[in-house]
Design a protein around this ligand. Structure first.
Ligand code: GUN
Ligand code: ZN
Length: 436
């Protein structure tokens, strides 16, 4: 049995801060402790009491550092790591000019391995311990990602990106309805539930799939109901018009998935900005997850996610970088962007809500609640320790803070990887660095 006690400030959510007043949703301790046992959180409490109860257990003291669950990035594209921050295009042109050529480069297995390792090390350096990623159409790109995650002990979700539509997809990146099904099935058999791996069946989005492919993947999901299914929906107005042209029978964008069995509780829909009332109703009724990708939605010029309205109607919502469409690997920067988008809509998200979205919210969307994203006994010991004074600008503001929320908000708004004072993956402290 391996035990250790981490000491620092702790902040644990006891309820959803979108559903109850913030004061009732979280417990802060200025001198808290987290007892880890064999990669799992065994107890959370006051440092002194835990020390007294477990005098033999070695202590790691993080001082004033704030111990939180590791961040959970619920939607990203690891193959796009190398083209993050590519200038000047909106979604469809951005895909054609930057994304598809880069994804084709991962046809080289060695390059796929290099990018998988880089993307995971960047995530860890930014305090993200779980990613839900797309890959490329090549099955070896899925192996590369799960293998790199396994080497780091990380819980990740991923799946082969499926696309077979000749009018919209370059030939080098195309599979078929049959091969998408069969290759995904083989990857599910190899990876789903192996160690900390979770498989997500991944039709990229309906414009790059034929109806036959969507049908085949719907059948695959029915055969493998414990898998997640991830895709994109209603990110840009031009994209929605494109979908209407490609699927003239569909009632709306969501119907292009629903009609083929690709709507359900374990569905994870990225962006979800320009939804119709019927789509919102069906997403809520089925309990599907929506993922807010705020840096991407501004960077690619997509629009403003309606957090206030969607939360009020009871949607399940997580938060994500969407790198490389998103412009940052940092979930701190992503929370800041979510705050700014809320402000544009008259909805100032509380720091508790932002932190909850980046941990418990994303974990719920990925059906991993209770296992990750939570500082509570029984959860896996994936943790981040934040330095709330990581730069002069942040420190001088935090010095005036009257409570934990005021103390953490400058780091949310202005923090980056310099604020990451420690990362634990399944109880092991990692040394990933984002410096070159
Ligand atoms: N829609 C389909 N593919 C993509 C992608 O790679 N990034 C983003 N942002 N949207 C998409
Ligand atoms: Zn995406």
């Amino acid at each position: 049995m391996k035990e250790q006690l981490l000491v620092g400030q702790t902040l644990a959510f006891t309820a959803d801060p979108f559903a109850v007043p913030v004061a009732d949703a979280a417990r802060h301790s200025a001198r808290g402790g987290v007892l880890l046992r064999d990669g799992v959180i065994a107890d959370v409490g006051e440092a002194d009491a835990l020390r007294a109860a477990h005098p033999q257990v070695p202590v790691t003291d993080h001082g004033r550092g704030l111990i939180l669950p590791g961040f959970v990035d619920a939607h990203m594209h690891y193959p796009q790591t190398g083209i993050v921050a590519s200038w000047g295009k909106r979604l469809i042109d951005w895909l054609n000019l930057y994304t598809f050529p880069e994804e084709a480069r991962l046809d080289d297995p060695a390059y796929a391995q290099e990018i998988a390792a880089r993307s995971l090390d960047l995530a860890l350096a930014h305090g993200t311990t779980t990613l839900c990623s797309y890959t490329t159409v090549a099955p070896h790109s899925v192996d590369a990602f799960f293998t790199a995650a396994e080497e780091r002990g990380m819980r990740v979700v991923a799946g082969k990106t499926c696309m077979d539509r000749p009018e919209t997809t370059p030939e080098t990146l195309r599979d078929t309805a049959r091969s998408a099904h069969d290759e995904s099935a083989a990857l599910i058999a190899r990876w789903h539930g192996r160690g900390r791996a979770v498989y997500a069946i991944s039709p990229r989005f309906s414009p790059t799939s034929t109806p036959e492919q969507l049908q085949a993947l719907g059948a695959l999901w029915a055969d493998n109901p414990t898998c997640l299914m991830q895709t994109h929906i209603s990110e840009q107005v031009d994209e929605i018009a494109w979908v209407r042209g490609l699927y003239p029978q569909a009632r709306d964008y969501l119907d292009t998935y629903e009609a083929f069995g690709l709507l359900g509780e374990r569905g994870v829909f990225g962006h979800a900005i320009h939804l119709e009332p019927r789509e919102r109703a069906r997403l809520r009724e089925t309990g599907a997850g929506l993922v807010h990708c705020p840096t991407s939605n501004t960077f690619i010029g997509s629009g403003l996610f309606d957090m206030g309205g969607l939360m009020a109607e009871g949607q399940r919502i997580g938060l994500a970088t969407d790198t490389g469409g998103g412009s940052s690997f940092s979930m701190l920067r992503t929370m800041a962007a979510a705050y700014e988008i809320g402000q544009l809509q008259g909805n100032a998200l509380h720091p508790a809500q932002l932190l909850w979205l980046a941990s418990e919210g994303s974990a719920r969307v990925l059906h991993l609640a209770g296992r990750i994203g939570r500082l509570a006994p029984g959860a896996e010991a994936d943790l981040v320790v934040l330095d709330l004074h990581s730069t002069l600008a942040i420190a001088q503001r935090a010095a005036r803070a009257g409570d934990i929320w005021e103390a953490v908000f400058p780091t949310i708004m202005m923090g980056d990887d310099r604020a990451i004072a420690g990362v634990y993956v399944a109880g092991q402290q990692t040394r990933a660095s984002s410096s070159t």
